[in-house]
Design a protein around this ligand. Structure first.
Ligand code: MRU
Length: 347
């Protein structure tokens, strides 16, 4: 993905450092954050310098490789095991994080170099998976389509191409005229800040809409299809994604709008029988009470936007039951959101 004409990956490793686009500063500043240790990577995931299931997974994989290099001994299993636990404690919902730490941990038991090359392989695989999701998803998008999306499941959230936005990019590249309705996605506004910034960079026509405007636009016949990403998909097809996804899926069903989830196989967790088994992250109430933005002079400032004395609750994800999902776009094709189709996918 290009930013001001230069190609960037969302996250990459060079030497013993992991570099990532600092998503907390976007869209106001474009800066690269350098994580010199696995501790730095843990902090980056926890504070959402990097975020989005795929980017979290790739960063966690690189962090695991750093942990092997830092402990400098494949025999000191205890140290890398506790590093693994620390990386896994940063964010609980995105399945890709655990997929990555497991894979790189197993590889690192052979050698430190093996850990690094496995982490790199994993990030490269993500890119190819996202590219294929784009090709399959493009088949669902017709010329003139108006697409709604929630949160940021673009290339910032998935190393390159993205998951939910990959079909959008592919559709535009194949010459289709489309329009994207971008849910702002409170409280952290990943839609208003990140998805809108990505789409602007790609010169794709779009508009940010308040979170509570989705059903209105659907009822007005303005949305042809909704595509979202996923943080974890259970064995029965229930999908955990950014808070607010569930409401959109229910509204889409009511108005007969196809509702698709885009995610690679590494986001599926067949050990979770249903969405009830997916851990939901609760984040700080400060994210609800405060927002950062630009003041009149172009300085980034933080302001309080709600009643100071009130408690705020901040669940970061919700689970959309499979019955509301038209299909799941994977790197192996589009499948139904049900237990049998998912079982077949993994056979
Ligand atoms: O809390 P976030 O910003 O990490 O949540 C991200 C999402 O919910 C995305 O929709 C999801 O990871 C899709 S894939 C990038």
């Amino acid at each position: 993905m290009r930013v001001n004409g230069k190609h960037y990956r969302t996250v990459w490793m060079k030497g013993n450092s992991v570099f990532m686009i600092n998503q907390n500063l976007l869209p106001f500043e474009f800066k690269i954050y350098e994580a010199k240790s696995y501790h730095d990577c843990c902090n980056a995931i926890r504070t959402m310098i990097t975020r989005g299931a795929g980017a979290i997974g790739a960063t966690a994989g690189f962090a695991m490789a750093q942990a092997f290099a830092e402990t400098n001994s494949k025999d000191d299993k205890g140290l890398v095991q506790s590093a693994k636990k620390e990386i896994e404690s940063t964010r609980p919902t995105a399945r890709n994080l655990f997929y990555a730490t497991d894979r790189v941990f197993r590889a690192g038991l052979l050698s430190v170099n093996n850990a690094a090359s496995e982490a790199q392989k994993l990030a490269d695989e993500n890119i190819e998976e996202a590219r294929l999701i784009g090709l399959y998803g493009n088949e669902l998008i017709h010329d003139g389509f108006r697409i709604e999306t929630h949160c940021n499941a673009g290339w910032l959230g998935f190393v390159d191409y993205g998951s939910a936005l990959s079909p959008v990019y592919t559709a535009v590249k194949s010459g289709k005229n489309i329009f994207v309705y971008v849910d702002e996605t409170r409280p952290r506004s990943q839609g208003a800040r990140l998805t809108a910034w990505e789409l602007q960079n790609e010169e794709i026509p779009h508009a940010i809409i308040p979170d509570n405007a989705g059903a209105y636009y659907m009822s007005e016949g303005k949305i042809d299809v909704m595509i979202v990403g996923a943080d974890r998909i259970a064995a029965n097809g229930d999908v955990a994604n950014k808070i607010g996804t569930l409401e959109k899926a229910i509204a889409a069903k009511e108005f007969g709008i196809p509702f698709y989830v885009a995610a690679p196989l590494s986001t599926f967790d067949i050990n979770c029988k249903s969405g009830k088994d997916i851990p939901i992250e609760l984040r700080s109430q400060d994210e609800v009470h405060y927002q950062t933005g630009l003041d009149g002079k172009g300085n980034v400032i933080k302001i309080m936007i709600s009643n100071p004395g009130s408690q705020a609750l901040n669940p970061s994800f919700d689970v959309t039951p499979a019955k509301f999902i038209t299909g799941i776009i994977t790197e192996k094709g589009i499948i139904k959101a049900d237990g049998n189709s998912i079982k077949k996918l993994f056979e």
